[in-house]
Design a protein around this ligand. Structure first.
Ligand code: ARG
Length: 462
């Protein structure tokens, strides 16, 4: 098909190798809906402007609609030797309706056509990813609300640090996903401008209305400068970056879930629906899902770096290098959609092993900072002195094989007699957690406030 339409200058048949290198149809065929929708809007505009007749438009519009059905029902397979999806659909249309089909490409180039199709694809998927993020945030908030009293050791350097609650930990991820969501939403807004009508690079002498196509396709307005528009792939880079950052968050959570499912922790149990067995070790239950989510983060990062690299040396305007923009984006989008759905299901179904988490809080003197804070607040000591006294108390607990929260008042006072009576109660882990009432802190009341805040945010977004 492509030969007939787009080869006025080329007399010889392309070499098979050129076709293998050049043809993007094998992967850009997934843009068939966007291509058809874009062409319908363009043809409508041409007829409104009197550039083609209403009859031509009616034929083009109906022909394209038929092609859409043919693709969806598998009658039109998109596996021919057309160069790309644009040539394949235009060729099919011309086969069907003849001359009217040949008028479709008036005042248009494949450069603005591909910029339009790809942008529509990115915009649509940005919306789908954003709504899946909202579903995940809802699940995380629900899990958080249910576990706002369940303690676990909060860590830094993967060492036990201070007691926090599991809800608070889940809300840390909900906060990351909220930022991710906002990133997708602002990218959508920033890129919601219509490329069509830019033609090859310089605009067109035809009396077109870019406003008409922009309105018809749901964009805010036409883009400003055509030279920029046909060579701009920032929208594609943005979705790649947004997906990479989101997957980095998913990967960090996955890493924690993998650790927490190990026998050394046993803090969570993934449901049998979300775990796999070993082919040789019958006792095993493996966390393949979080491992794959962690692993897939590598490939989406690769896709981002690949496109940044493709774009960095290109002169204006369109260069065929830019055909390399698509596969990585398709791959990252597919990965993001699947990952978000799996994550949501896995988190909703996992079991939190409350006893194991709380038992772990008795390791590592989690409330030591509370003793130092007490000595500052109640005995008026400078923090550094209080810190050293607390260190000695920790050493004593270690010698006795106890956690700091298990020492008696006498034992505490043997290190420093300024340690008063109330301290034993303060060093209890739950008391320690609930003492952290500063804004954004882990106290159960504060955690529940954060739950409420996210819930009302969710309500506004939905
Ligand atoms: N298949 C091409 C791409 O994906 C379409 C644009 C081709 N434009 C051109 N002038 N050769 O980038």
């Amino acid at each position: 098909m492509s030969k007939k339409i787009a080869s006025a200058r080329i007399s010889e048949k392309s070499s098979q190798l050129l076709q293998d290198l050049n043809n993007s149809l094998p992967f850009d065929k997934i843009l068939y809906r966007e291509d058809i929708k874009g062409s319908q809007a363009h043809a409508y505009m041409l007829s409104e402007q009197g550039i083609i007749t209403k009859e031509d438009f009616a034929q083009i519009d109906a022909g394209l609609e038929e092609i859409l059905e043919e693709v969806e029902s598998g009658v039109f397979k998109l596996d021919g030797d057309d160069e790309d999806i644009h040539m394949a659909i235009e060729g099919r249309l011309t086969d069907k309706i003849g001359d009217a089909g040949k008028r479709l490409h008036t005042a248009r180039s494949r450069n603005d056509q591909v910029a339009l199709d790809f942008r529509l694809y990115v915009q649509n998927n940005t919306k789908v990813i954003a709504s899946l993020l909202l579903e995940n945030i809802t699940t995380f908030v629900k899990t958080a609300e249910e576990h706002a009293k369940v303690m676990l050791p909060g860590m830094t350097h993967l060492q036990h640090a201070q007691p926090i609650n599991f809800g608070y930990h889940m809300l840390a991820y909900a906060s990351m996903f909220k930022r991710d969501y906002e990133r997708f939403v602002t990218s959508y807004e920033r890129n919601n401008y219509s490329p069509i009508g830019c033609a090859a690079l310089a605009g067109t002498p035809h009396n077109i209305s870019r406003q008409t196509t922009s309105d018809k396709l749901g964009f805010n307005a036409p883009t400003l400068n055509c030279l920029d528009t046909v060579s701009d792939r920032d929208f594609a880079l943005e979705i790649l970056f947004n997906i990479s950052t989101m997957m980095m968050h998913i990967s960090r959570l996955s890493e924690e879930l993998i650790l927490w499912s190990a026998s050394e922790f046993k803090w969570v149990t993934l449901s049998d629906r979300h775990a796999t067995g070993s082919s040789i070790m019958p006792q095993k239950k493996n966390p393949d899902i979080p491992e794959l989510l962690r692993g897939k983060t590598g490939r989406v990062n690769g896709n981002l770096v690949a496109l940044l690299t493709v774009m960095k040396g290109l002169p204006l305007a369109y260069n065929k290098d830019m055909q390399e923009d698509k596969e990585g984006v398709f791959d990252s989008v597919r990965t993001a959609l699947l990952s978000l759905q799996v994550l949501n299901e896995m988190v909703a179904d996992m079991t939190v092993n409350v006893e194991e988490m709380e038992k772990a809080c008795m390791i590592g003197h989690l409330s030591a900072t509370d003793l130092a804070d007490y000595l500052v607040k109640e005995a008026g000591l400078p923090f550094r002195d209080a810190y050293h006294i607390t260190g000695n108390v920790v050493n004593l607990a270690e010698e006795k094989g106890l956690d700091i929260s298990e020492l008696t008042l006498e034992e505490l006072q043997s290190i420093d007699e300024r340690i008063g009576e109330g301290v034993v109660a303060l060093l209890d882990n739950r008391a320690s957690m609930n003492a952290r009432v500063s804004e954004g802190g882990t106290a159960t009341v504060r955690t529940l406030e954060q739950v409420e805040s996210l819930k009302s945010w969710l309500e506004n977004e939905q």
